[in-house]
Design a binder for this molecule. Structure first.
Ligand code: MG
Length: 453
């Protein structure tokens, strides 16, 4: 790995790219950053190698004189919430989020319960590559790792405290939860039960092989979950990724609703519920324009940002707003904690349904209709940058946002062309009012990219 941190923590194939030796170094670097005497909470999801990596990171932290507390198996948002709430100096989560089973990863959390800023990540990277970590003297190595067992309980209680429990309980909703055989199983079914729902769980045993589905919740990986939702006739189904910071919803018709659609209906609801929150939401340029169309008429501004949840969370914290989100199902509710939180998303959706008194499919039915097409071209970064320039020039008479690739917004379409942050790829997303228009735009983009030398 030339660069340690990707867009969201450190990820790699277990024992190939991400070995216990590297984990030890990351522990040493993280301990050096937080400092001798700091209190750090560590947790993990159900992935293979979780305990191995966790112990290696712990050894590194201990060697720098950090006091280590072990939360065990917990969702990432639970660890993040408790880091802030119980005033830890930092946290470490062992997870590769939605990656395939052979991956694991390390995510470092700052004292405020949010992923480290890029600047602090760079400090850790530097320390790992130069081996300039600071070892503590023997006399400060007297602390054992202490179990910290109440993380789940605190988290679940906090999530439920943000919604109208009595109102939701009266509705007796039917809810299906698919936690992707990982730690979402420890929190989300409990949240739904506390809200009076009749709850079914599938893929609920913790299993590092992810035997039922890929841990990334997408329309492709959730086909069978949607089928179960349909046969049970639930009001809402929720599918998480392996560390349960993402939540993808399925409505009462078992339609799989992409994250920006869920964020749009939640943002409108929350804007009406909390009139005191600044009238803006934060999302990445990869989210659909339907968000802007839906929220503008009620006076809520959409702030477009680069792809990556850390920038969204930090912007939401510093500027204030109703929520932040990613189209892939990461939704941040600042009144709880400004990070992606799958169980919080579930609770808010139940409250929205209870307050509106309508079927979820009807609520989503209010959103503008778009037809989506996605494609990617394999190419080196330099060529991908040229392609972005060419697309920008071709669509120059339209409104453009150019903070991450180029986003073009027309009356009946929007599109995004951007180089991938992690792979030699050019990614293209197109949404239009009609299938024909979307296909026409795709042909135009293909001919622009194909015409490059
Ligand atoms: Mg995740």
């Amino acid at each position: 790995m030339s660069q340690l941190f990707g867009t969201d923590g450190i990820r790699g194939i277990i024992n190939e790219e991400l070995s216990p030796m590297l984990a030890l170094k990351i522990g040493l670097a993280t301990g050096t950053l937080f400092g001798t005497g700091a209190r750090v909470l560590i947790g993990r999801d159900s992935r293979a190698g979780g305990e191995m990596l966790s112990k290696a990171v712990e050894a590194g932290l201990l060697a720098t004189g950090v006091k280590v507390y072990d939360a065990g198996l917990v969702p990432t948002p639970a660890l993040q919430y408790v880091v802030k709430e119980d005033e830890f100096d930092g946290g470490v989560m062992i997870t590769a989020s939605h990656n395939p089973p052979e991956y694991n990863g390390i995510k470092v959390i700052d004292f405020d319960g949010v992923e480290l800023s890029r600047d602090k990540e760079a400090v850790i990277e530097e320390l790992v590559f130069t081996d300039k970590h600071r070892m503590a003297s023997w006399a400060s190595l007297i602390h054992d790792v202490k179990p910290y067992p109440h993380v789940l309980e605190k988290y679940v209680k906090a999530v439920v405290s943000h919604v109208d429990v009595e109102l939701i309980r009266k509705k007796g909703f039917r809810v299906l939860i698919d936690p992707a055989n990982s730690v979402g199983a420890l929190a989300s079914p409990r949240v739904a039960q506390m809200l009076g729902a009749k709850v079914w769980t599938i893929n609920g045993d913790l299993n590092p092989y992810f035997p039922a589905r890929h841990p990334e919740p997408t329309p492709e990986t959730l086909v069978e979950t949607a089928r179960v939702a349909k046969s049970l006739g639930v009001d809402l189904a929720i599918a998480h990724d392996a560390d349960a910071d993402r939540a993808i919803a399925m409505d009462d018709q078992a339609n799989i609703q992409w994250g920006d659609r869920t964020a749009a209906v939640l943002a409108k609801y929350l804007a009406e519920k909390h009139l005191d929150l600044p009238r803006r939401v934060f999302t990445a340029v990869s989210s659909s324009n339907l968000v802007e169309e839906y929220l503008k008429p009620i006076g809520v501004e959409v702030v477009w940002l680069k792809v990556g949840s850390i920038g969204i969370a930090r912007a939401l914290m510093s500027k204030g707003g109703i929520c932040g989100f990613e189209e892939n199902g990461g939704f941040m509710y600042p009144l709880h904690h400004p990070v992606r939180d799958g169980a919080m998303t579930l609770a808010l959706l139940l409250e929205l349904m209870a307050v509106e008194g309508r079927k979820l499919s009807e609520i989503y039915g209010d959103l503008p209709k778009y037809y989506a097409l996605k494609t990617k071209f394999r190419m080196e970064k330099a060529k991908a940058v040229k392609a972005v320039e060419a697309v920008r020039e071709y669509f120059k008479k339209y409104r453009q946002v150019d903070i991450d690739g180029v986003r073009v917004v027309g009356d009946d379409f929007w599109l995004l062309v951007r180089p991938s942050g992690t792979e030699p790829l050019l990614r293209v997303m197109i949404e239009a009012r009609s299938v024909e228009r979307a296909r026409e735009l795709l042909r135009e983009v293909e001919s622009i990219v194909g015409g490059l030398s």
